[in-house]
Each structure stands twice: as C-alpha cells, then as structure tokens.
Ligand binder design. Structure first.
Ligand code: FMN
Length: 502
C-alpha cells in the first residue's frame, strides 16, 4: 500500500478471501485460502452444481479455494449472523472510506459472478442456498431465521443433526430409493411435510399459497397455521387434491378456535395439529432489536434497509394486505389477535372438546418430554410432534432429535411420533426415520426457499431435500424407508450432562 502525493491509496491483496461482518464489525479473522477447510466446500458445491455448469456460468478454471467453495465450508452460524460479506480489498476500501462495495474484477474471482453479464449470479446463489437474506428485508428475515433469547436451542438442534454417524451396510447399494410413507391415514411422497408458520406472506408475498401448491406438486402435506396469512379456503384451493393439515392455537375466546376447527373440517383438511408449546410468545430478541412490527411499517430504518431490496417492497405494497387470513372476521388489531391466540390455561380438557368437534386425525405438536408423550399416546391422540418450535419458545429446551429414541422406546413402535426443529438436510430426515420417527416437519428449510424464490424457491428446497434423502438412503443401502433401523445411526453428543446433576 502506498499513499502518494495525490492522496490515492491502492490496495493490493489476494482475491477470493473474505470477511463476514455484522453492523460494520468483522465477526472473525478471515481464513486464508490455503486453509484446509475449503476441501469440504468443494464436495458440497459440486454436489449441487458440477464444475462444468459452474464454468459455463463463471468462466473460471477449477481452483478449490474460490470464494464459493470457501463459503460452502463456512460455519453456518457465522453466515446466518453476518449481514455483509466483503472481499479483502473491498474490506480495506471500506475501512479507508466507510463505503461497502464489491469491485467487479475482484468479484469475478468468487465464482459467483456471471461471466456473461458481469453481475452476481442469483440463480447460482439460490442453488447454493445463499440468497434468501439478500432478497428479504432484515426485519422479516430475522423474524424467520431467528429464535428465542440466545438462540441456543436452535443451534443445538442443528448441531445434533450434524453430530450423527451413519453406518452403511455392506450390501450392494439399492438401485432405487422409495421415499414414500403412509402417515396419519394417508400417503406422502416424502417423509416430511411443511410445518405451520405464522405470517408467511411477510417473508415473500406468495406465502402459504406458494407452500401449499409446492406441497401439492411434491405430494407432501402442507400445514396451515392459525396465524397464517392465507385463508383456510384459499389453501385448500391451492392444494385441492393433496393433504392439508391445520395447526390450532387455542384462543382465550374458545369459540374463535372452534369456528376455525369447523371451517378446516368443512374445507376437507384431514389432520388437526394442536400446538402446546406456546402459553406465551418466546423472547425473540432480534425482533425487539429490529423494532419488528406486523404489518411492517415504512420507517427510516426500513427504507434504508429496502434500498438493496426494492422488489420486496414493491411486491409487498402492491399485493393484498397482510392479515391473519383465517381470523379476519373476529375483529381487533393484529396485536389483539396475537394476545388472544396465546392462552396459558390450555389443558387436556381442551383436547377432549376438540376431539368431539374434529372428524379427522389429531396431533399434538410441541411435546418435549417422555412423560407427556406417554400420557398423550395413552389419551388416544393420533400422533405427537417432538418439537421446541424451532427454538422460538423456551431457549435451552431439550433437543427434540435427542428425545426421539427414548420417546419411541416408551410409547412403542406403533405410535406415530414425528419430529421437527433444526432439519436442514435430507440426511437429518433419514436419521430421524432410522431412529423411529414416522415423519418430520420442516419450517425454516421451506421458508428460506420461499424467501429466495417464492413458489419456485419452495420447489427447489423440496427438490434439494428429496435428492439428499435419496442419496443418503442409497449410500446406506436401503431401498425403502421402513428398512431404516436405529443401527444405521449413532447420535454423538457435544454437551453431556454432568453425572452428579442427573
Ligand atoms: C417464522 C416461523 C413461524 C412459525 N409459526 C408457527 C405457528 O404459527 N404455529 C406453530 O405451531 N409453529 C410455528 N412455527 C414452528 C414451526 O412449525 C416448526 O415447529 C419449526 O419451524 C421447526 O423448526 P425448523 O424451522 O428448524 O425446521 C414457526 C416457525 C417459524 C420459523
């Protein structure tokens, strides 16, 4: 670097390496391109985009340290926490000038820059799962991506899935992996369904309709939340022949809940999912920091954040108003409705009343210990979902995937035990099925796809999970899901309870 008489500063550095920042501060020192971690990234990237495809897009010879490989080996939590990536020369430029920019020739070394149009390759970013954050305003992204308090439950749940060891048999790999299952009296082409999520149109205006129609195309169940932003009837219209499930929060004013139950039954939804982990809302600190409001307001902060994402706002402001579509007839502000939604006094008696109202299957979601699992199965529910709400309620609650083997042992092999929280890869789903889950639910894995690309993004997310499931099954040497056994998986643990506290 040299500061000459004209006050020009040149920055000479190696390309491809980068720093991750949040609110202008580096999260960690950059890794050097020679760091051995990038080898992992090469496999991960080529599994989704072979080098020939990459070459056609970015015109780069294969160099294992290009930024896209480094990013694929990056720590997930850092990628999620960062709000900016700067290549090293751009980082120096930022420090000197305060301006965050990506210089084009340097950007071309990332592998993520189009050789033909000289612009960021959004399709490739989407294929590699990197773009949702870029397309969605910070408050809406954080509402989706975030969890409660220190977000430890979510991080631990994801670690739990990373920390498994698979044990393939020595048999010849199965030629075709059949991913279909029977669940709650009906078929599903894949061993997962879409979890209920509130305010889904906030993330991308396609919202529940994008989710339900993608579920219809994939032949998997879609679950509509009580706090959904598309109506029961419109979800049915988007998934007319497929399976729709309805998630119920029991309101303080019980009649509101009962009316929703009747509407869902009339629309032909086949399963009611009764959520029990939400006596009050968890402390979502990112939402507090962002001043997150529903519906989102155009404030100075949101306008600044909207500058790189104008289409989200154009879309948001030109499509139907965001509201709780199943509850529009009940009056009150959205805040009033949210308060009404959470009733700390719900009990097994509510379950009995709903049983009388609902002709289909009843599932309890948010079960977090062995005793409740046994009690609910004994009480005759059709299924339970081991879940801590994606870490959004009680932080540091037990990891559902860790509870799974013990719960299955206690309730017996015939009970329908499902699991969610932290699923980001088809291999997570295969491991859950091997350890006795009959089915799984995906929340954020679907929402990231939705934020990145609307309906097509959800299709893509389902496609990626399906190919991961098929590949994992084939490599394990099983051709159907019921061949999966606990012996195919060992759960390793990072945090072990101290002997004297048990
Ligand atoms: C943005 C968001 C909104 C959610 N809203 C609801 C809801 O309205 N009702 C509910 O029972 N669960 C809700 N959940 C929890 C999901 O149904 C599911 O349990 C959780 O997302 C699973 O964890 P995962 O995101 O790691 O897959 C929500 C989750 C997210 C991420």
């Amino acid at each position: 670097m040299f500061a000459g008489p004209n006050n020009i500063i040149g920055v000479d550095s190696w390309a491809v390496d980068y720093a991750l920042l949040r609110d202008g501060s580096m999260l960690d020192n950059p890794f050097h391109y020679r760091d051995a971690r990038t080898a992992r990234g090469v496999d991960a990237v080529h599994a989704r985009a072979p080098h020939a495809d990459l070459y056609a897009r970015n015109g780069l010879q294969f160099l294992p340290f290009n930024t896209l490989y480094q990013l694929a080996a990056e720590r997930q939590a850092f990628l999620e926490f960062a709000d900016r990536l700067l290549l090293i020369p751009d980082l120096f430029a930022y420090w000197f000038t305060g301006t965050e920019r990506a210089e084009a020739t340097n950007a071309s070394t990332t592998g993520l820059f189009g050789v033909r149009d000289g612009a960021w390759d959004r399709d490739l970013l989407s294929t590699l799962g990197l773009p949702a954050k870029r397309r969605t305003p910070k408050a809406a992204f954080d509402y989706t991506d975030g969890a409660a308090e220190g977000e430890l439950s979510l991080a631990r749940a994801r670690h739990a899935f990373e920390d498994i060891e698979f044990h393939p048999g020595t048999r010849r790999p199965a030629e075709h992996a059949d991913t279909s299952v029977e669940i709650l009296g009906g078929p599903s082409a894949l061993p997962f369904g879409i979890a209920p999520t509130g305010f889904t149109r906030l993330m991308q205006t396609g919202g529940e309709i994008a989710g339900a129609s993608a579920a219809a195309a994939a032949g998997i169940p879609f679950t509509l939340s009580t706090l959904g932003t598309s109506s029961i009837e419109s979800v049915k219209a988007s998934n007319p022949a497929g399976r729709n499930w309805f998630q119920l929060y029991v309101m303080r004013e019980r009649e509101i809940s009962y009316e929703l139950v009747r509407r869902a039954a009339a629309a032909g939804f086949d399963t009611l999912m009764f959520t029990v982990d939400t006596p009050i809302a968890g402390a979502r600190l990112r939402d507090k920091r962002n001043g997150f409001s529903i519906p989102p307001q155009l404030t100075l902060g949101t306008i600044v954040n909207a500058i790189p994402r104008p289409w989200w706002w154009v879309d948001f402001l030109t499509t139907p108003k965001l509201e709780l579509a199943s509850l529009t007839d009940t009056g009150g502000t959205v805040g009033d409705l949210l308060n009404a939604a959470m009733d700390p006094t719900i009990s097994f008696d509510d379950l009995a009343v709903i049983r009388d109202l609902w002709p289909g299957k009843i599932v309890v979601k948010g079960v977090q210990n062995v005793e409740d699992s046994v009690r609910l199965v004994d009480a005759g529910v059709d299924g339970i979902v081991l879940s801590n709400h994606g870490g959004r309620q009680l932080d540091r609650a037990a990891i559902p995937f860790h509870l799974l083997p013990q719960v299955v042992r206690e309730v017996g092999p015939d009970a329908t035990v499902m699991v969610d929280t932290g699923i980001m890869n088809g291999a997570d789903i295969v491991a859950s099925i091997a350890l006795g889950a009959k089915f799984t639910l995906i929340g954020r894995a679907y929402l990231y796809g939705l934020m990145a690309g609307g309906r097509e993004g959800v299709d893509r997310a389902i496609h990626i999970l399906r190919s991961e499931i098929e590949r994992t099954m084939t490599l394990l040497g099983v051709s159907s899901l019921d061949e999966l056994q606990p012996s195919h998986v060992t759960q390793l643990t990072r945090l072990v309870p101290r002997a004297d506290t048990k």
